[in-house]
Design a protein around this ligand. Sequence first.
Ligand SMILES: Cc1ncc(COP(=O)(O)O)c(C=O)c1O
Length: 507
Amino acid sequence: MIIIKSIGYEDNVRSTPQEETFISFLLLRTGTKSSSCTTYNASLYQRCAFFLVFWEGKIGFVIILERNEVMEKLKTEKSKALFEETKMYLVDGVASSFHKAADEEYPICLEKGKGSKVYDVDGNEYIDYIGAFGPMILGFCPDAVNQAVIKQLDKGSHLSAVTVDLCNLSKKLTEIIPCAEKVSYQNSGTEANMHAFRLARAYTGKKKIIKFEGQYHGWSDEEKVSIDANFVSELGVREHPNRLFHSKGQRHETADDIIILPWNDLELLECVMQKYSSEIAAVITEPIMCDSGPILPKPGYLAGMRALSIRYNIVLIFDEVITGFRVALGGAQQYYNVTPDLAVFAKAIAAGYPFAAIAGKKEIMESGVQASGTFNANPIAVAASLATIETLEKGEIYKQFELLGNLLTKGIIELGQIYNITLFCHSVRSICMIVFGMSEPAEDFRDYIEKADSNGYKLFVKKAQEYGIRFTSKRGRIYLSSQHTEEDIMKTLEVIKLIFSEIKGDM
Ligand SMILES: Cc1ncc(COP(=O)(O)O)c(C=O)c1O
C-alpha cells in the first residue's frame, strides 16, 4: 500500500471544482481508477475526502483535507457608529461596565436575540455564549416565559401587593432549594447580597464578613472589594490580604468590617475564624468561583467551610447568583450536597427579568430585617420566574446541558492539544469555563492571576466575535442555554479550530 498523492489544503479553504477536476485528471493520467470516494470525520472537525485508487497493480489513496466554508470576518460599521452616537448622551456609551470590555474600541450593538443566537445592528448573527451575563438560561425569547409575561401584562405591570403567583413562587422555591425554609426578594444580586449581610449581622449580633479574593458579589461600597487585580503583588500577604477598591467615589471605611482571604484554603479560613469568631457574622462565597476564575472548589472545601461556620457560629452564605439554577435546579448547594445558612439567587432565576431571591434558614430569615424596595417581587418578574422554574423542571434540560457542555469542552481540549495551546477547559452543566496558559484548574485567585494568559483569552474572544461567536470578554465563562444545539457546538468548534490555527504562535 502506497500513498500516491496526499493533498492537504490550508485551513478553511474549500477545495474548488477545479481542484476536484485536477484530482480526477491525476487519477486518469496515472491510469488509476477511483474505486470509492468516502467522506468521514477524521476527528470532530476535520472532514476528509478519502479516495482509494489503483495504480500499476498497487493500491493507493488520495486524501483531501478540509472542506469547510470560507469564513469571513463580520463587518460591524453600524455598531461602531451607533456606539459613537450613544456615547454623546450616555456615560461611557454603555448602561453597565459589563457591556463593553475595557480595551474594546466599540462593543457590538445588538438588535435582538432568539434561541441561542443574537443579531447585531449590522445584521450579523452570532452564536451567543454570554447569555446576557448569565440570565438567559432558556435562550432568548423563550416561549413559556414570553407567554407568562404577556398574560401578566394584561393584569398590570406592577401591583406592589401579595398575589397568587407570589405565594406559589415562594412555596416552589422552598421546595426546590435545599437551604430555603423561607425566602425574601430583591431586584438584583447586589441588593440581595446586601440583604444577606444585614440578615447575618442581625442574627448573630456580630459585624465582620469574610469575603474571598476575586469574588464579585455586587457593586455596593462594601461588596466591591478585592474583586480583581492585575498582579499577585497587589493582593498583599496571603495570610493578611489587602483590601482593594475598584471605583472612584467608593467609601473605603464601609469595608472596615470586610475580611479578605484567599479561597480554597481551609486551614487559613479556620485560623481566621477561630481568632475572630466573636466578631465574624458571616462568610460569603460563590460555591464555584465563576465570576473570577474558573476556579473549582477543592474536594471537601465547601463541606469543610460548612463545618467550620457551624463550629464558630458564623452564617454561611452561598452567592448563587451565577450557579443558581444553572448547575442544578436547587443550585450548587444541591449539586455539591452542602447546605448553607443563606443563599442568594439572581440572573437565571427569571430567565432575563430583573429579579433576585434570598433563601435560608427560618430563624435567620426572620431575624427582623425588612425587605424594602418598591419593585420587589414585581409581578412580571415573578411570572417569568415561575415559568422559568416550570420549564427547568420539565424534560431533561440538565442532562442536555451536561452533554453539550462535555461536547464543547472536550472538543476545545482536543483542539488545544492539536494546536499545542495550553488551556484548561471544564463544564459544570450549563456553565463552561476556559482558561489559557494553564492545564489544571487554578487553586485560587492568586494562582489564576499568576498563571492565566488573560491576553491570550482576550485575543481569542475578539477573534471569535469576528467569526460570529460571542464569549464573555473576561475570565472564560461560557454560558449554555437550553436552546443551544449540537450543531451550534460543532460550528463553535470549527471556529475555535480556525482561531487556534491563527493564534497558535501567539499563545
Ligand atoms: C456571583 C455574583 N454575585 C453577585 C452579582 C451581582 O448581581 P447583579 O449584577 O444582579 O447585581 C454578580 C453579577 O455579576 C455575580 O456574578
